[in-house]
Ligand binder design. Structure first.
Ligand SMILES: C[S@@+](CC[C@H](N)C(=O)[O-])C[C@H]1O[C@@H](n2cnc3c(N)ncnc32)[C@H](O)[C@@H]1O
Length: 269
C-alpha cells in the first residue's frame, strides 16, 4: 500500500514537473514572440514616421528608385540629421535653424542648451511646444536679422530649395541659394560656424524639388565660406549610403529621387 502511494506520488510529481516545463516553455515562447512583436512594431512605426516626416517635407518618396539606377534617397535624413546634431557647438550660444521644417534640429539645439531662432517659409507645425525656440516665419532672404548675432547656423537640407518656386511657397529666384549663403555669412559672429548638408553630384536643378551641387555650382555656393570639416556619402554599390571621396560624390548622376550627400562645417572667409 505504501509502495503504491509512493509510486502515485512520484507519477504526480513527474506530471507536475513536465507541466511546469511546458508552461515555462510556453511562457518563454510567448515572451520572445511578444518581444519580437514589440521590436518589429516599434521599428515599423519608426520607419513609417520617418517616411511620413519625409512626405510632410514634400521630399520625393525615399523608396521610389530612380528609373536608371535603382538608387533611392533612403537613409539621407538619418545621415543629415545625425551629422547636424553631432556638430552642434558645445558651448551655449545663439543658433539660427534655417529652414526648420519639422523642428527636430531646432529641438536638438535647444536640448543642447542653445537659444534657437527657427526660420521657415511655412507656418510652425511642430508636434511639440518648445520653450527655447523662437519661431520666425518668412523668407530668410527677406527677413531683417541682426548681423553678427548668431554663434552657429544650422543649414540642414534647406539651401538647395531656396528660390525654387512651386514647392515651399518660395518665389522664383535662380540665385536665391547663393544670396542666402552670403547673408548667413554676415549673420554669424566672428568665431561662428555653419553646419551644412546638401545634395551633391553632377550639377542639376530638379524643379521644383531641389538643386544638386556639382563641380560648377558648389564652389559658388561656398564662395564666402571656408571648409573646416567635410564628408561625402553616396550609394556606389547598393541602395545603402557609404562614405565616398569628393570626386566620387560629385560624379554621381543625381535625379529627382536620388543624389549623393555632402556634409560640412564651414566658417565665413
Ligand atoms: C527639406 S526641408 C528641411 C527641414 C529641416 N531642416 C530638416 O532637415 O528636416 C526644407 C525647409 O526649408 C524651408 N525653406 C525653403 N526656402 C526657404 C527660405 N527662403 N527661407 C526660409 N525657409 C525656407 C522650407 O519651408 C522647408 O521647411
Amino acid at each position: 500500500m505504501l509502495a503504491k502511494e509512493a509510486m502515485g506520488e512520484a507519477r504526480r510529481a513527474r506530471r507536475a514537473t513536465l507541466a511546469g516545463r511546458t508552461s515555462r516553455a510556453a511562457a518563454t515562447i510567448a515572451d520572445v514572440t511578444t518581444r519580437q512583436f514589440l521590436v518589429r512594431a516599434t521599428a515599423a512605426a519608426g520607419h513609417r514616421l520617418t517616411r511620413l516626416s519625409a512626405r510632410l517635407d514634400h521630399k520625393p518618396p525615399a523608396g521610389a528608385p530612380t528609373q536608371s539606377t535603382g538608387k533611392t534617397l533612403a537613409g539621407d535624413r538619418e545621415i543629415e540629421w545625425t551629422w547636424t546634431l553631432a556638430h552642434l557647438r558645445r558651448d551655449r550660444g545663439r543658433v539660427l535653424d534655417f529652414g526648420s521644417g519639422n523642428g527636430m534640429m531646432a529641438l536638438g539645439a535647444a536640448f543642447a542648451g542653445h537659444d534657437v531662432v527657427a526660420v521657415d517659409l511655412e507656418p510652425e507645425q511642430y508636434p511639440f511646444h518648445p520653450d527655447r525656440i523662437e519661431y520666425v516665419q518668412g523668407d530668410l532672404n527677406e527677413l531683417e536679422l541682426e548681423p553678427q548675432s548668431f554663434d552657429q547656423v544650422i543649414n540642414c537640407s534647406t539651401v538647395e530649395h531656396v528660390g525654387l518656386a512651386g514647392r515651399y511657397g518660395s518665389p522664383d529666384d535662380p540665385d536665391g541659394d547663393l544670396r542666402a549663403m552670403a547673408k548667413m555669412a554676415r549673420l554669424l559672429k566672428p568665431d561662428g560656424d555653419m553646419v551644412l548638408t546638401i545634395p551633391v553630384g553632377r550639377d542639376a536643378v530638379h524643379r521644383p524639388l531641389h538643386r544638386i551641387y556639382g563641380p560648377e555650382r558648389l564652389p559658388r555656393l561656398l564662395e564666402h565660406w571656408q571648409v573646416r570639416e567635410e564628408q561625402y556619402w553616396a550609394k556606389p554599390t547598393d541602395d545603402r549610403f557609404e562614405p565616398v571621396t569628393r570626386e566620387q560624390a560629385l560624379d554621381e548622376a543625381g535625379a529627382r529621387s536620388y543624389y549623393a550627400l555632402a556634409l560640412f562645417v564651414v566658417v565665413p572667409r
